[in-house]
Design a protein around this ligand. Structure first.
Ligand code: PBG
Length: 324
């Protein structure tokens, strides 16, 4: 044969492949989700997330120091609220001495440079396990947004660097931005879960925090997975309302959305490699059906290639070990 172009030239050795690789993972890509519980010296493995734990604050602080030493620079905090503190309005979420607020302070004290991002949503605090206030069978929007804005100011007050609203109520980004401005928190960022889909892949996370909805589902606020244009609408509105970073969630079944969002906005895009995506790889690896390490790197690289500037992932520590 006489070929003008031989594409395999650029694939023939590890050296040339790494020279021309278009997508390189680094520790700077990752946000580490942490599940925090009351008590001391607690480290509980989440059954549907083998190798991932819910930990008391003392252990969480140790973990954060370790993450920092590995080059990981941001954590995303979720807390497990005690059942007796849950109510319909998520009152405990505003408690200045609540577990979230104490966690933010303890982590910033122990590791001041670590970027602390906080989940802003009612579900861990809601007696109904919903992301908003329930009236009858409805999740009411505007009253919920007021709580979310106050919750954000409370997290900022405790020292959070970013608040991350994950609820999908309408108008919450502008309300949160106003609450931050009114209270003088001009350095606090907003990472908005802009295109968050109603997904079955959140199951293991809801086990971790005991936050599954008590009735119905989340389809009146989270997006329909059939939709693409709607993700752009949601995201552009959040940018307009003052988001600093937008997010697509889940990641793996939504790589097309990540790319389209990336092409549509002028701010960083994050993607959440969620609990069900973690569980799938863990389960297949346990059965001996997949090579776990290769699956982790291929998955995370694909999410970055799709357009994610940041990836929230339970595989962050594994990934850092694998790429260093
Ligand atoms: C709730 C919230 C969820 C996740 C992050 N924040 C679950 C839900 O919406 O029901 C899921 C994260 C994961 O599955 O890893 N506000």
């Amino acid at each position: 044969m006489y070929l003008q172009r031989r594409n395999r030239i650029l694939r023939q050795s590890p050296a040339i492949r790494s020279l021309v690789a278009e997508t390189i993972l680094t520790p700077n890509d990752f946000i580490v989700p942490l599940f925090i519980d009351e008590g001391t010296n607690i480290k509980l493995e989440i059954p549907s997330m083998p190798g991932y734990y819910r930990q008391s604050l003392d252990n969480t602080v140790k973990e954060v120091k370790e993450l920092w030493s590995m080059g990981l620079k941001s954590v995303l905090l979720f807390i497990k609220c005690k059942d007796e503190l849950k109510d319909n309005r998520g009152t405990e979420a505003l408690n200045p001495q609540g577990l979230m607020q104490r966690s933010i302070r303890a982590i910033k004290d122990a590791c001041p440079e670590m970027l602390v991002m906080t989940d802003v949503a009612l579900d861990p605090f809601s007696s109904y396990g919903h992301d908003g206030i329930v009236e009858g069978t409805e999740i009411v929007n505007d009253a919920t947004v007021e709580v979310l804005a106050n919750m954000s100011a409370s997290h900022a007050q405790a020292g959070a660097d970013f608040v991350a609203p994950s609820d999908m109520m309408d108008g919450r980004i502008s309300a949160i931005r106003s609450a931050l401005e009114e209270n003088g928190f001009t350095k606090t960022g907003i990472m908005s879960y802009s295109a968050k889909y109603a997904s079955c892949f959140y199951g293991p996370f809801r086990d971790a925090l005991d936050s599954a909805p008590g009735f119905g589902d989340k389809k009146t606020y989270q997006m329909d997975y059939a939709n693409r244009t709607e993700a752009i609408k949601e995201t552009l509105m959040d940018v307009q309302e003052g988001a600093d970073i937008v997010m697509v969630k889940p990641a793996l079944a939504y790589l097309d959305i990540i790319r389209e969002v990336k092409n549509s906005v002028d701010i960083p895009v994050s993607a959440y490699n969620i609990s069900g995506e973690y569980a799938m790889i863990k389960a297949a690896a346990k059965m001996g059906w997949l090579n776990e390490e290769k699956a982790i790197l291929e998955t995370l690289t694909s999410i970055k290639r799709a357009g994610a500037d940041l990836i929230a992932t339970y595989f962050a520590k594994d990934a850092v070990r694998l790429i260093s």
